[in-house]
Design a protein around this ligand. Structure first.
Ligand code: ADP
Ligand code: MG
Length: 318
């Protein structure tokens, strides 16, 4: 059996050009750039709660990192360093190697260094801490929305929830769609470039990433900004063909795990945001507006009537 230290050295220690000191000592040493604030976030992924037992190790490695980078993206921060605390049931080297490859593939894509962590035995549970940098005072926050702002969402939210329903056998997706939806679930691409550009170009007044569901996460912007968010159903991104539209709509509005960004922006920025969508080759859809009123989200149909939904998103304790 490999020791804890063999596992760390073999699988988790790779060059860390962005750190003063990487894994191997009691702490990593990092030198934040002058004038920058650190943005720090941590996320736990528990087998059976956040991912299905038996999930492919490479994809789990990718996703463990991707979900935390999504939080940095939502603040407009540039990811720099990450720490990984993992508890593993066995020292299955093939599994660990595949997990590490997935994690480092994501780390390479987003240019972050794994600078430390902790490795223990126990039920499969992965905790990732990510650190990013953002020029002081410029981070995108949930609380910045203004009455009159437009609401935008990136990508095609709902795909990940459709992929999960397909994997769990609750739904049969046509083959043309299943690959894309399962990939959205297992290998999400955090919208780091979008977050950074929204901040640099001073386009967004508030932002959040969609981890629990579009309406549930948008509600956090409404609450923190003390304003109402109205979403116009006819303006939502197109639903995929070949799947029940009611269920697809439910996934789009309340499905978790998409890691898209939802943000508010003044109407005067509309053209610049449309241009950014072309530059990033990422759909950005204007789906609603921020108005005065109770801090909540309202979904409006084509006649302007309020639509009531059974569920708005995922809550671990609901
Ligand atoms: P300590 O007992 O001082 O906390 P550990 O024995 O837990 O140190 O870890 C030894 C070194 O290996 C530390 O620098 C730690 O950051 C690093 N490390 C442990 N697990 C991981 C991991 N999964 N990925 C990257 N680095 C790790
Ligand atoms: Mg330790």
């Amino acid at each position: 059996m490999p020791s804890e230290f063999d596992i760390i050295a073999r699988h988790f220690v790779r060059p860390t050009p962005q750190a003063v000191l990487g894994p191997g000592d009691d702490c990593a040493l990092l030198a934040p750039s002058p004038g920058m604030e650190l943005s720090i976030t941590t996320d736990m992924l528990v087998e059976g709660t956040h991912f299905l037992p038996g999930t492919d190790a490479w994809q789990l490695g990718w996703k463990t990192l991707a979900v935390s980078l999504s939080d940095l993206a939502a603040m407009g921060a540039t990811p720099r360093w990450v720490l990984l605390a993992g508890s593993l049931p066995t020292a299955d080297e093939a599994w660990i190697a595949a997990f590490a490859d997935g994690l480092f593939a994501c780390a390479g894509r987003y240019a972050v260094d794994l600078v430390g962590g902790d490795t223990t035995r126990g039920p499969l549970n992965l905790c990732l801490t990510a650190l990013g940098e953002v020029p002081a005072g410029t981070a995108l926050r949930r609380a910045g929305a203004q009455a009159g702002d437009e609401i935008w969402v990136s990508g095609r939210p709902g795909r990940a929830a459709l992929g999960l329903a397909h994997l769990e056998g609750r739904l049969r997706l046509p083959e043309t769609l299943s690959g894309e939806c399962v990939a959205a679930l297992q290998k999400p691409f955090p919208r780091v470039e979008l977050g950074v550009r929204l901040r640099e170009m001073k386009l967004a007044s508030a932002a959040i990433d969609v981890s629990d569901g579009l309406l549930a996460d948008l509600a956090h912007i409404a609450e923190r900004s003390r304003l109402r968010a109205e979403v116009f159903e006819p303006q939502l991104p197109p639903l995929p063909a070949g799947v029940d539209s009611g269920f697809a709509r439910h996934c789009q509005l309340a499905g978790g795990d998409d890691y898209e960004l939802v943000f508010s922006a003044p109407p005067g920025k509309h053209e610049e945001i449309a241009g950014l969508a072309s530059a990033l080759e990422l759909p950005l859809t204007h789906i609603g507006r921020i108005v005065h009123g109770e801090p909540e989200v309202r979904l409006l149909d084509e006649t302007g009537g309020v639509r009531v939904l059974a569920s708005r998103g995922f809550d671990h304790f609901a």
